[in-house]
Structure formats: structure tokens, C-alpha cells
Design a protein around this ligand. Structure first.
Ligand code: ARG
Length: 456
């Protein structure tokens, strides 16, 4: 069934119909399509463009269709051109004349633009809620491990002492920004394109604001050409989701490293790990690898959308039908990743002994050793050089800085005294890093409190 029969003498070629149709991926918007149509028809009646009786029939018919689709009693026809065509055709088959009046002062161009916005608003809320949950899980875990010393890395080389709690909270900060980005994009998307019609508005006395209010929008798109041509919200959301996937992918990469025998900083719950078909000893972090891998899909979706949009003249072009698969896939993928990632992280346990062993082995207290000399009045550059020589000496002797006798310290710089051992004690190194944003446990606990307050 097509809505544009009048000027055509032939049916659309069957294979072309399949090519042209979007029903296989836009039928998921049936509810938004129906809600939009009810708001539109209500406005038409209020403005005297259709009768109250027509409106009553339209609303009853559309509600019936909605509940029958939901119950499974009505199957969406896979040969329909799109969900808009299907719903209107079904309505007209049920109520006749009144159904044919629904599309007054409307085009599928503003209809589809409306439906996507309504649908994506809900998707934003769903991802937002998952992120809130994930940040909550991170805060609980960070609290548990706020005093667990581990090496912090740069260049994947042991660098300075931090705590596992501090490391985890870095991700909470990223994810809070992801929530903000989604909320910002949603707020910019929250304007109704309906009433833009095909591109040039209409001569009917419509009330666009009433429709926008009924559907929970903050206002209307102020230019009818822009209303039907704009897909910025798809681009913004795909970009926000891509950045979110960068964060999940980096987190996953770290968990993969931490699970390896080379690190063994964490243990994943058996319920969130998989085995090998041949190697009986294997316990693999598949969820994190899949999250890392699926980030590629979401970046691809963003590229698809940018490429589809970049050369389009105003206003609607059929190319824009390609927007839905990409942005739906991005949301589906992100939601699926989060669904697996959240309980995996929640059940992950740290192995503090191994973290501490690694922290003790890599001279990560060398900066603290140099800072100790600075506290004795030695300029930082000289203190840095002396500590470098000490590290070289330790490597030669197979000792840690803690194990090196004080005489050796004094040989390299006479400002050293026994106090240095306190200064390079790992717990002290962490506890003394009280600078704002630093890893001292009391700071991290404060940060957790702050994040919990923001994570609404
Ligand atoms: N299925 C179309 C889409 O998703 C709906 C809009 C069709 N408009 C048109 N003039 N052909 O973009």
C-alpha cells in the first residue's frame, strides 16, 4: 500500500518496493507515530479543521491499533512502505473517511522527524538511567577500595602510587560528563518539527505550539525547512554515544589487562567470564572485549550519519531514511553493552595484595624520595638527579628504595636522613597526596560523596 497513488499508472516494482521500504527498521516507532497522530488530530479538531466526530473516530481507531500491535493481535505488514503508511492505511481500513482526514496539514517529512525525536527522547532516558546505575556501582566499589594502594601508570609504566578507588573514580567523572552530553543533546532536540509539513508549512490555521505542548516538547522548530531537514540531534547523540563508548572501551581495556596473569589485579565473577573450548585453564574477559569491539560499531554509526547528511540540499531527501538504522544501532549497542558491563563490574573483586606488590616493585615512590630532599632545602632539579642515581644504584643491587641502607643514600646526597623511609612508605605516599583531586583516601571519599550527589 502506498499513500501516493494518484499520479501513478503502475504498481511499484516489487524489488524496488523492498529497497524503498523502511518498515523493517522504523516499525519500532509505531507508538510514537500513533501518539504524534493523536496530538495532531486533536489540534486539527480544536482549530476546526476536522470535526469532533472525526477526531473521536481517529483517536479510537489509533488507540485500538496501538493496543493490538502491543498484544500481538495486529501484525505490522512487512510490505508496507513505512510505519507511517502502515498506521494510516490500517486506520482508514477501520474507520473509512475520517481516517483519510488525519493527514491534513501534515507530511511524512515532518511526521518522521517528529517520530524519531519522540523515540530518541526515550532512548536518551534509558541510557541516562543505565549510566546513573553504573556510576552508583563505581562509587560503591571505589569506597570499598579507597585505601587499596596500586601503581598509577603513564606509558603503561609504573609511575606514582594511587589507590584503586581513585582509579575507579576517574571513570565516574567521565561517565558524569557522558550523562551531561546526553542531557544537553536531548534538550536541544526537544523541539517539535510537526507543522513544518513537507517543507513550506501550510495554509491551514494550525496550532503547532499546542501539538508541541501535548507531546512534551519545549517549543516548535522555528523554520519549516530546518524542521524537516535537521538531523543534528542524531549526529549529536551518536557523537555523545561514541564518546561514551570510548570511555567504556578504555575501562574494558584496563579490566582486560588487570585480569591477565601478568597483572592479576582483579578477578571477574564466573557468571561474567567465559572459557575456552580447548584450553581448560582459560577464564576469558569476553564481556570487556566485546564492549571494546562494539565501540567500533557506534563510531561507524556516527560516520554513517555524518556522511549521509553532509551533501544534502534542503529540505527532505530520501537519503535521510538512512538515519534510523544508524542511530538505532548506536543506542541498541550502547544499551546492550551497559546491560552486560554493569553487573560484571559490580561483581568484580580486586586483589589488593597483587596491587601492592606491583606498587612496591616499580620505584613509584621515587618522586616522593625527591620531594623529601626538597623538604630538606635541596632544589627540585638536584633532588630529582640524586634520586635518579639512587634508582640506578637500586637496580644494580636488586633492591627497592625502601631496602637501600641509609649510608648509600647519604653517599649520593648528604641531606638524606632516616626520615626518608617514612617519606617513601607507600601508604604515606598515598595519604600525603591530599592536593585537590588527588588519591589520598580522605579526598577520594569526598569525591565519591560529591559524585553521588550529582548522580541523579
Ligand atoms: N520512510 C521515510 C523516512 O524514513 C519517511 C519519510 C518519507 N517522505 C517522503 N517524502 N518520501 O525518511
Amino acid at each position: 500500500m502506498q499513500l501516493w497513488k494518484g499520479r501513478f499508472k503502475k504498481e511499484l516494482d516489487e524489488k524496488t518496493n523492498d529497497f524503498n521500504s523502511s518498515i523493517s527498521f522504523d516499525s519500532r516507532m509505531y507508538k510514537e507515530d500513533i501518539d504524534g497522530s493523536i496530538a495532531h488530530a486533536t489540534m486539527l479538531a480544536a482549530q476546526g479543521i476536522i470535526s469532533a466526530d472525526d477526531l473521536a473516530q481517529i483517536v479510537r481507531g489509533l488507540n485500538e491499533i496501538k493496543s493490538e500491535i502491543e498484544s500481538g493481535a495486529l501484525l505490522i505488514d512487512p510490505n508496507a512502505e513505512d510505519i507511517h503508511t502502515f498506521v494510516e492505511g490500517e486506520l482508514t481500513a477501520r474507520i473509512g473517511q475520517a481516517g483519510k482526514r488525519l493527514h491534513t496539514a501534515r507530511s511524512r517529512n515532518d511526521q518522521v522527524a517528529l517520530d524519531i525525536r519522540l523515540y530518541l527522547k526515550k532512548e536518551c532516558d534509558a541510557v541516562y538511567a543505565q549510566l546513573t546505575e553504573l556510576i552508583g556501582v563505581i562509587c560503591n566499589k571505589a569506597q570499598k577500595y579507597s585505601g587499596t594502594v596500586m601503581p598509577g601508570y603513564t606509558h603503561l609504566q609504573r609511575a606514582q602510587p594511587i589507590t584503586f578507588g581513585h582509579h575507579l573514580m576517574a571513570y565516574a567523572e567521565m561517565l558524569l560528563r557522558d550523562k551531561q552530553r546526553l542531557a544537553d543533546a536531548k534538550a536541544r532536540m526537544n523541539y517539535s518539527p510537526l507543522g513544518s509539513c513537507a517543507l513550506a508549512g501550510t495554509t491551514y490555521n494550525t496550532d503547532r505550539k499546542a501539538v508541541a505542548d501535548a507531546l512534551g516538547f519545549d517549543g516548535v522548530c522555528e523554520n519549516s525547512l530546518d524542521g524537516v531537514s535537521d538531523r543534528d540531534f542524531c549526529l549529536e547523540l551518536a557523537a555523545a554515544l561514541s564518546i561514551l563508548m570510548v570511555h567504556l572501551s578504555r575501562f574494558s581495556e584496563e579490566i582486560i589487562l588487570w585480569c591477565s596473569w601478568e597483572f592479576k589485579f582483579v578477578e571477574l565473577d564466573d557468571a561474567f567470564s567465559t572459557g575456552s573450548s580447548i584450553m581448560p585453564q582459560k577464564k576469558n574477559p569476553d564481556i570487556t572485549e566485546l564492549v571494546r569491539g562494539k565501540s567500533g560499531r557506534v563510531f561507524g554509526d556516527l560516520m554513517t550519519l555524518l556522511t549521509v547528511m553532509k551533501g544534502l540540499p534542503l529540505a527532505y531527501n530520501k537519503d535521510m531514511q538512512e538515519d534510523k538504522e544508524a542511530i538505532f544501532d548506536a543506542f541498541d549497542t550502547v544499551k546492550m553493552c551497559l546491560t552486560a558491563f554493569i553487573p560484571m563490574l559490580d561483581t568484580m573483586t580486586a586483589i589488593p595484595e597483587n596491587m601492592r606488590k606491583a606498587a612496591a616493585g616499580g620505584f613509584i615512590n621515587a618522586t616522593d624520595c625527591a620531594d623529601y630532599l626538597v623538604s630538606k632545602g635541596v632544589p627540585f632539579r638536584d633532588a630529582y638527579k640524586a634520586t635518579g642515581e639512587l634508582v640506578a644504584l637500586c637496580i644494580d643491587k636488586g633492591l627497592t628504595l625502601e631496602e637501600l641502607p641509609i649510608e648509600e643514600y647519604k653517599k649520593i646526597c648528604e641531606s638524606f636522613d632516616e626520615g626518608v623511609y617514612q617519606a617513601i612508605n607507600l601508604d604515606n605516599c598515598v595519604n600525603n597526596r591530599t592536593s585537590s583531586g588527588g588519591p589520598a583516601p580522605q579526598n577520594v571519599l569526598k569525591q565519591i560523596e560529591r559524585v553521588r550527589g550529582l548522580n541523579k
